[in-house]
Design a protein around this ligand. Sequence first.
Ligand SMILES: CC(C)(COP(=O)(O)OP(=O)(O)OC[C@H]1O[C@@H](n2cnc3c(N)ncnc32)[C@H](O)[C@@H]1OP(=O)(O)O)[C@@H](O)C(=O)NCCC(=O)NCCS
Length: 168
Amino acid sequence: MECKIRHWKIEDAKDLAIALNNKKILDNLRDGLPYPYTEEDAKEYINEMLNSDKTSTFAFAITIDDKVIGSIGVFRKENIHKYTAEMGYYIAESFWGQGIGTSAVKQACNYIFNNTDIIRIYAEPFTYNVPSCRVLEKAGFRYEGTLRKNAMKNGKILDMNIYAIVKE
Ligand SMILES: CC(C)(COP(=O)(O)OP(=O)(O)OC[C@H]1O[C@@H](n2cnc3c(N)ncnc32)[C@H](O)[C@@H]1OP(=O)(O)O)[C@@H](O)C(=O)NCCC(=O)NCCS
């Protein structure tokens, strides 16, 4: 299945809420997102992205036939890390395992390296999140190490892996 990344539209809120209102997805992301995740929450997120600094926040809807089935964002870091950015993403569960996550990550990296001065993109999946680690490997990221006891999620202390891709 062919996916495309594109900028957000406020009308995407309904589909975004359907995709993200899933504990299996939220359990693999940072804290701070509500559950249940409503259309109002999705509108707030999209508005935030549309009003964000265009030189440091690169937020894309992942779509199939222009319908949102996921989200991917690349966020520039600061100070000495200003040419580095962190990437985060998720796909609606009914679309898992079809290569969509990998394709979206590749498309977002191409966009960043071709349209910005960012030279390094990294992601930090929980070590147990094998599908996300696979996505990053398949998209050309290199495993750089394990960040031991790097997070507290759902009451558990967890290791995270760090993967990065650099502009050659
Ligand atoms: C991670 C995620 C984006 C992957 O999206 P996807 O579209 O299913 O990814 P792809 O189909 O491109 O690739 C998934 C890979 O993981 C593999 N995989 C899936 N489940 C697996 C498991 N339990 N054990 C081992 N490998 C697994 C698939 O086989 C595939 O690898 P392959 O092509 O070598 O066979 C999706 O699962 C998701 O949204 N998860 C919840 C949110 C999340 O974890 N976000 C990332 C936070 S860092």
